[in-house]
Design a protein around this ligand. Sequence first.
Ligand SMILES: *Cc1c(COP(=O)(O)O)cnc(C)c1O
Length: 401
Amino acid sequence: MSSNSEHKSPIPYGRQHITEEDIAAVVETLQSDYLTQGPKVAEFEQAFAKYVGAKYAVAVSNGTAALHLCTMALGVNAETRVITTPITFVASANCVRYCGGTVYFADIDPATALLDIEKVRALLQSKPKGYFHGLIPVDFAGNPVNLEAFRELADEYGLWIIEDAAHSPGGYFHDSQGNKQLCGNGQHADLSIFSFHPVKHIATGEGGMVTTNNEELYKKLLLYRTHGITRDAELLEENHGGWYMEMQELGYNYRIPDMLCALGLSQLARADAGLARRKGIARIYDEAFEDINEVKVLSTNGVVLGKTGDTGHAYHLYVIRIQDRKGLYDYLREHNILAQVHYIPSHTMPYYRQQGYRNGDFPVAEAYYSECLSLPMYPSLTDEEQQYVIEQVKKFVSHGK
Ligand SMILES: *Cc1c(COP(=O)(O)O)cnc(C)c1O
């Protein structure tokens, strides 16, 4: 198909990539003895922990369950106050509410759309020490937050950190010593979470992971993942025999089936190739929009080594900012390009308005929202499809309005 003809099948903003190997891996588990808690769960956990450089990983039913297990393990309750960003999927904030805690938002940095550490600092300074308990920064779009800086601030105020790394497996930033710090490696955050929803880097359909270097938290995650039930002889208060188990805490069923972990393992084996492809796509967009004044791109937080060099950005999303966002969104739809908006600020959602938030509370996030649009970004996007997307954006900017 020539690049200036119309695309008959829609081009989404993101999608999964399933190979014959993936299918074979799932079929193999279907033919095995285990549909749910079989050997693939631990295998996936170990491979994932190694991939992000963390000590422990706990596989769960989805990324939201991963966040909920984190707030449970950290003991969030009705007295707990937690700060997060308004520009994220609502689950980043909701996990605090699941445990009855209070969500505070701080505004974003206009250049990166990441949680602005100076706004967080100002919020912390506005209350007595001990008022806040935790931070949930998000590696938005795949751009890693500087967790070393957040850790320093958190330590000053005695806060825990949950890193929402749903967008950033394989992403990294360089710390002040010049060391590469992989997202989810447990060096700075107490806990990190990932999602395996089909639009994310690694797809299992539904699925999620928590990573940590903290053994005590790790054990709590395992307990809460499966009803708070343990059979571990060392933990049991009594022991009546081989059948005996104890429900020691109120947990949930947040398990992920073996066959989905087999899919995850197969996907993880290709993660580096997918990431390289995402970076290549980003570079072509960057170059295409460089000279177009109407189209602004987000800055990367990580170190970019030259124009064609490496960056720690994991590019879950490729976000542009344009004044007539609605016009471009509609125009692209008419041309079969399903661009998407990430995100409607959480504090403007009716639920969070009921919690006392108002439009106007976080002006940088709201200005960002009025202009942002995520263009197609996924490893199986072809060069020719990408050129078509770029051409349509250019056409809209030059006359299509
Ligand atoms: C996708 C996502 C989640 C939730 O993951 P699910 O697997 O869909 O429950 C949490 N946070 C962010 C930033 C996400 O993008």
